[in-house]
Design a protein around this ligand. Structure first.
Ligand code: F0G
Length: 454
């Protein structure tokens, strides 16, 4: 059979409120053309993020009933720890309420003025948490990873030459090296096992720990299975185990590949760092066996961690994302190639060359997708990254619009609707106009900035 079906049935449904183009025009105006300011009820297909938007399974909902809400030493924590250790046998596993809480703790402990933390590409919250400690966040993804047109299997790989140069010249300033799997800001592109292994070897040479920002570790593992020599016969679980055996720690947003709506953790082997992390955790998140989560959330993560490495699930997941990407590509819409794991990234700069970067072609495209089809996507470009720490503005290296696919939520007909809508956007592309920002905060401006169409 060539049709790959969703490997689940639907038992409980969420009603979508239908809206008209006329209504959506008004909603856009009311939201000052910032899609984060829309009411989600006014969105037909919400592809803003794959984070915290997964549909949980019956097994997860059942596990929630087992949640034990003890302040300290809850069995829910131990079930979570055991499930995670099966994949990532770190000595210390510390739950947090989401990924950025783990980041905040880690960088508060290891960051500081004058320091530098390299990564393939730091995600926005990671970068912001690093910069908040006056540490410099450096992106060293291989140059292929910045070119949407290049087709290569592992465009998330870090550039080992530039990494070694940095380690050689600035070793004292570098407290750790990071790799983001998959590379979200660079198109959801995977990192190869060979690159993880080589990065670890470099880190060892210079005495630095290697941490993963591992939000989409299972999707990354499936790409390794499909694309990297020597892994075709391994299970996703074995590949995940191998990935984690190579590194010294991880930060995680469980809202992605742990298939839950809220959660995260930080894990590591270093005893002293873990002790300090637990102390900080107690200040802001909670006791180390719940870290800002309910016991039931920990149980849902424990089950999610087992479900996410299932081969049938990952096969459907990666293939259905590719289905959307390939269809857009056939229409002529430029996308980041090859299609990433959790999202399709439209190259708005190439699609709308008549809109200058500082008039935000990505934002213009995302606005049009909502107006025409009620689809909410997310600009990852000059709106998100263009504001510099000194308050000036620079075009981002890419102007992308991300259609992130929530896990196990939308069916093929929802995706076919998106494809039809984008075909219309494509046909009208010459009519689209840019925007200007009328109000913005000093950091993470994309969440709350206000716009006016030009
Ligand atoms: N790292 C990466 C690579 C991420 O994609 C995210 C979140 C985080 C860290 C932070 O995790 O949201 O739990 O605090 N990405 C979401 C997204 C928000 O839409 O891509 P969080």
């Amino acid at each position: 059979m060539k049709t790959i079906i969703e490997p689940f049935r639907i038992k409980s449904v969420e009603i979508i409120k239908m809206t008209t183009e006329q209504q959506r025009k008004q909603y856009l105006k009311d939201a000052h053309y910032n899609l984060f300011s829309l009411k989600s009820d006014d969105v037909l297909i919400d592809l803003l993020t794959d984070s915290g938007t997964s549909a949980m399974s019956t097994q997860q909902w059942a596990a929630i009933q087992l949640g034990d809400e003890s302040y300290a030493g809850s069995p829910s924590y131990y079930r979570f720890e055991e499930a995670l250790r099966e994949l990532a046998p770190f000595k210390h596993i510390i739950p947090t309420h989401q990924g950025r809480a783990a980041e905040k703790i880690l960088f508060t402990l290891i960051g500081g003025a004058g320091k530098i933390i390299p990564n393939n590409t730091h995600f926005d919250t990671t970068r912001a948490n690093i910069e908040a400690t006056l540490t410099k966040a450096v992106d060293l993804v291989k140059l292929d990873g910045l070119n949407p047109e290049v087709i290569a299997p592992f465009k998330g790989d870090i550039d080992l030459v530039r990494l070694e140069e940095l380690l050689e010249t600035k070793a004292d300033a570098i407290p750790m090296v990071m790799l983001t799997i998959t590379n979200n800001s660079g198109g959801g592109q995977p990192v190869s096992m060979a690159n993880i292994r080589a990065t670890k070897a470099l880190c060892e040479k210079y005495g630095k720990p290697l941490f993963l920002d591992a939000c989409r570790f299972a999707e990354n593992a499936y790409f390794i299975k499909m694309r990297e020599e020597g892994y075709a016969d391994k299970t996703p679980k074995q590949i995940v185990q191998e990935i984690f055996s190579l590194v010294d720690g991880m930060t995680m947003s469980a809202k992605k590949d742990a298939l839950v709506n809220m959660g995260g953790w930080i894990a590591m082997n270093d005893d002293e760092l873990a002790m300090k992390a637990r102390n900080l955790l107690i200040l802001t998140e909670g006791f180390p066996t719940y870290g800002g989560l309910s016991g039931r959330d920990l149980d849902a993560m424990a089950v999610g961690l087992r479900e996410v490495v299932a081969e049938d699930y990952l096969h459907y997941r990666i293939t259905s994302t590719a289905y959307l990407g390939n269809a857009l590509s056939q229409i002529g819409i430029p996308i980041v190639k090859p299609v990433g794991g959790h999202a399709v990234y439209i190259d708005a700069k190439a699609l709308l060359p008549h809109i200058p970067a500082l008039q935000y072609p990505g934002q213009a495209l995302a606005i049009e997708m909502y107006r025409l089809g009620g689809i909410r996507a997310c600009e990852i470009g000059t709106v998100m990254f263009g504001r510099q720490t000194d308050g000036t503005e620079q075009p981002a290296s890419m102007d992308l619009v991300r259609m992130a696919i929530p896990r196990r939520v939308y069916t093929q007909s929802h995706i076919d609707y998106c494809i039809e809508c984008l075909e219309q956007v494509y046909n009208n592309r010459h009519q689209l106009k840019g925007l200007k920002i009328t109000q913005e905060p000093p950091m993470l401006r994309h969440f709350t900035a206000q716009f006016e169409p030009l």
